[in-house]
Design a protein around this ligand. Structure first.
Ligand SMILES: NC(=O)c1ccc[n+]([C@@H]2O[C@H](COP(=O)([O-])OP(=O)(O)OC[C@H]3O[C@@H](n4cnc5c(N)ncnc54)[C@H](O)[C@@H]3O)[C@@H](O)[C@H]2O)c1
Length: 272
C-alpha cells in the first residue's frame, strides 16, 4: 500500500519512536506511515535524547526524518521548527498533535500553575500548531490534522485530575472549529479518543497490577489498547480514506465508553 506517497508528516510529543524501547502512539504511527510510502517526518518533543535516538533508528531503515526540540506551548519554537521543516522538505501535509501531560491531584489540592500547565500543553499547544502549520498547508492545497484527545474527555475522572479531562474535552470543540475554519483551504481536522493504551504515558498504571486489572476488567474487548490500535485510527484519519471526514471524533477504547459491563469481572480480560 502506498497511501502516504510524497507526503510529509509532523508530530508533536513524538520522541518515543525508537523500536528498541517502548513506543508511544507516535512511534507506531511513524513507522507504519513510512512503510506505506511516506516521504518525510518532522518529529518533535521535549525529550531530546529519546527523540534523537528515534531518528537514528529511522535513518538506519532509510527513512527521511529529523528531530527537533519543540515545547508545544512556546510559539517561537513552533515558528522555528516549521521554518526548518519547510526548508528541508518543502511542505507539511499532516500534523498529529500528541503532546500531553496530566496531573492527578484533585481540584482542592492542585496548584493553579500546575492546573494551567496541563491546559496549556493540550490546548494552547494544539492552537499554536494549528494556526502556524495551517498557513503552509493551505498554500499547498490542503492537508489533514489529527488531535489526540482521550476517552477521558467524555467523563469526569477521579484518577486523572480535572485539568486533563477538561482540556481533552475542549480539544474536541477546538477540532470542530478547526474543521470549519479551514475547510475551504482543503484542510481536514479530526480527533481520536484513545482508551487505556500501554505507552510510556501509562506505564506507571500498567505496571501496577491492581490498576491494570481494574481497567482490563472494564474493557468490553477484554484488553488494554496497543499503540498500533491508535496508530491505525490516526493513519486512517490522515489519509484520503477519510477524505470526506472532518470535524469528527473517533473513540478507540475497546468499547469502554459504550457503557458498563454486566459482570464485575470481564472473562475476556488479559489480566496476568
Ligand atoms: N496512552 C494512553 O492510554 C492514552 C489514552 C488517552 C489519551 N492519551 C493521550 O495521548 C498522548 C500521549 O501519547 P502516548 O500515550 O503515546 O505517550 P507518550 O509518552 O509517548 O507521548 C507523550 C509525549 O508528550 C511529550 N510532552 C509532554 N509535554 C510536552 C510539551 N510541553 N511539548 C511537547 N511535548 C511534550 C512527552 O515528552 C511525551 O513524549 C497524550 O496527549 C495523552 O493525553 C493517551
Amino acid at each position: 500500500m502506498n497511501r502516504f506517497k510524497d507526503k510529509v508528516i509532523m508530530l508533536t510529543g513524538a520522541a518515543a519512536c525508537n523500536p528498541k524501547k517502548q513506543m508511544g502512539f507516535a512511534g507506531e504511527t511513524v513507522w507504519r506511515y513510512f512503510r506505506e510510502g511516506g516521504s518525510a517526518a518532522i518529529i518533535t518533543d521535549v525529550q531530546d535524547i529519546l527523540g534523537e535516538e528515534s531518528i537514528i533508528e529511522l535513518s538506519k531503515s532509510g527513512y527521511n526524518s529529523f528531530y527537533s526540540h519543540l515545547d508545544v506551548t512556546k510559539e517561537e519554537e513552533w515558528e522555528e521548527v516549521i521554518s526548518v521543516g519547510l526548508r528541508k522538505f518543502g511542505k507539511i501535509d499532516y500534523l498529529v498533535n500528541i503532546a500531553g501531560i496530566l496531573d492527578p491531584k484533585p481540584i482542592s489540592e492542585i496548584d493553579t500553575e500546575d492546573w494551567q500547565n496541563v491546559i496549556n500543553v493540550s490546548l494552547r499547544g494544539v492552537f499554536l500548531g494549528t494556526k502556524i502549520v495551517s498557513k503552509f498547508m493551505g498554500k499547498n492545497g490542503g492537508g489533514s490534522i489529527v488531535n489526540i484527545s482521550s476517552m477521558g474527555a467524555l467523563n469526569g475522572s477521579g484518577t486523572y485530575g480535572s485539568a486533563y479531562g477538561a482540556s481533552r474535552s475542549a480539544l474536541l470543540h477546538f477540532t470542530k472549529s478547526t474543521a470549519l475554519h479551514y475547510a475551504d483551504k482543503g484542510i481536514r481536522a479530526n480527533a481520536i479518543l484513545p482508551g487505556w493504551t500501554r505507552t510510556p504515558f501509562t506505564e506507571y498504571l500498567y505496571n501496577d497490577k491492581v490498576q491494570r486489572d481494574y481497567r482490563s476488567n472494564k474493557v468490553p474487548l477484554g484488553r488494554w489498547g496497543r499503540p498500533s490500535d491508535i496508530a491505525s485510527a490516526i493513519l486512517f484519519m490522515l489519509s484520503d480514506d477519510a477524505s470526506y471526514i472532518t470535524g469528527s471524533s473517533l473513540l478507540v477504547d475497546g468499547g469502554v465508553m459504550a457503557g458498563e459491563l454486566s459482570r464485575p469481572t470481564n472473562p475476556l480480560s488479559d489480566t496476568d
